[in-house]
Design a protein around this ligand. Structure first.
Ligand code: FAD
Length: 383
């Protein structure tokens, strides 16, 4: 594996850095306090091409490689995880899944708008009663002529308040467990679909997280993504790549924590010299640095495997598990370097810690990643 970047990848990273400096960094504190990212950022993300990475050009994408996708995701995560999440979900979980599983008609209907940032996508798997055990979801889709009638609810849906389309998972047959689940592409303005913003989140406050309620929502049979009963496979394939994207976002958080800690340690003086002179402060900084490198290498390996067409799902779980825990540690160590100033939101590290915390929970908790890795190694499912 070549651990360096080629010219194109380096240019993509520079583009992402400049974008974050110009369009995101000046607003991060205000968006966090207001509990809302400016929705105009979606169009800008589309214009710069970040919502079409890895999607084929004929559908509005740039056919880029997965390492470039990781580099952009890392830079966005370094700037603001709420914005990073828009891309990880609208592109990573929705557009890429339509590209992989969709009919030609579905691709033409949704991909150009999603990649341009004209549409926002959301991923509706989790329900109030089923999170980790997603295969036992209870939202029902009952066939009625050429349509399905959907009833149920979805919880904690990223982009949910803004989204134009939800990739929705519902039980459409009586087959037991995940075998009865199918995937549907449902426009969010379909009658009977209502949404409620989830307020009071610890982190990712700028992100439009919603609860979706579906009451007799009529969906044409042609909106099914993949075959009937294959919905769980659709979801798991989306999450296998999605976990790489979360891991890349975590690398960004950890890198931001490192930059902030090094900068502050050089400026802040205690006991007559900058705190960087104190060995225990250097320990905090070096621990962050090792976490950054280890998380980045695990994440890049997943991108490399995908681009070479090799199996990557278990490596993606390892990267997500390690990088999410590393991001929490890194942000916490950086907060320690900042002392009391780390605890107020004029300084960046408190937000990094709040934003990092959810990474160990969504797209499979750390415990679920360990069960996935353990199952692959032992051949025994401990779910
Ligand atoms: P539970 O499944 O109830 O888990 C509770 C605890 O039990 C956890 O510690 C878990 O690890 C542990 N546990 C459960 N089962 C086992 C087991 N077999 N062995 C060991 N431990 C176990 N979902 C979507 O579908 N789309 C989204 O866009 C989305 N975005 C989100 C955004 C945010 C901000 C948040 C907070 C969540 C989001 N989620 C989304 C939901 C997220 O994926 C779930 O919260 C997550 O899968 C965990 O489910 P749960 O919250 O129901 O916890």
């Amino acid at each position: 594996m070549n651990l360096g970047l080629d010219e194109e990848q380096a240019a993509v990273r520079r583009l992402a850095r400049d974008f974050v400096q110009r369009e995101i960094a000046p607003h991060v504190v205000a968006w966090d306090r207001a509990e809302e990212v400016d929705r105009g950022i979606v169009k800008k993300l589309g214009e710069v091409g970040f919502l079409g990475l890895t999607v084929a050009e004929e559908y509005g994408g740039s056919s880029g490689d997965h390492l470039s996708y990781c580099l952009v995701t890392e830079e966005l995560g370094r700037g603001d995880s709420s914005v990073r999440g828009i891309v990880s979900v609208s592109l990573g979980l929705v557009a890429k899944t339509i590209a992989a599983w969709g009919s030609e008609e579905q691709k033409r209907r949704w991909l150009p708008g999603l990649t341009a940032g004209e549409y926002v996508g959301c991923f509706g798997l989790t329900e109030p009663g089923t999170g980790s055990d997603a295969g036992n979801l209870t939202t029902r889709a009952v066939r009625d002529g050429d349509e399905y009638v959907v009833n149920g609810s979805k919880m904690f849906i990223t982009n949910g308040t803004w989204a134009d389309v939800v990739l929705l998972f519902a039980r459409s047959t009586d087959a037991p467990g995940h075998k009865g689940v199918s995937a549907f592409l449902v426009p969010t303005d379909t009658p009977g679909l209502t949404r409620r913003t989830v307020h009071g989140k610890l982190g990712l406050r700028g992100q439009a997280t919603a609860e979706l309620v579906l009451e007799d929502v009529r969906v044409p049979a042609s909106a099914m993504l993949g075959a009937e009963g294959k919905g769980f496979s659709v979801a798991m394939s989306a999450l296998a790549k999605g976990r790489m994207s979360v891991a890349a976002g975590c690398v960004g958080i950890a890198q931001a924590a490192l930059d902030a800690a090094v900068g502050y340690a050089g400026e802040r003086e205690q006991f007559g010299r900058p705190i960087a002179h104190h060995q225990l402060v250097q320990e905090l900084i070096s621990d962050i640095a090792v976490d950054v490198d280890a998380a980045r290498l695990l994440t890049w390996r997943v991108a490399d495997l995908i681009d070479r067409g090799e199996p990557f799902a278990v490596e993606s779980s390892k990267a997500k598990l390690f990088a999410s825990e590393a991001a929490v540690r890194a942000a916490n160590n950086a907060l320690q370097v900042f002392g009391g100033y780390g605890y107020i939101d004029e300084y960046p590290v408190g937000k990094l810690l709040r934003d990092a915390r959810v990474m160990t929970l969504y797209e499979g908790t750390s415990q679920i990643q360990k069960l996935l890795i353990g199952r692959a190694l032992t051949g025994v499912s401990a779910f």
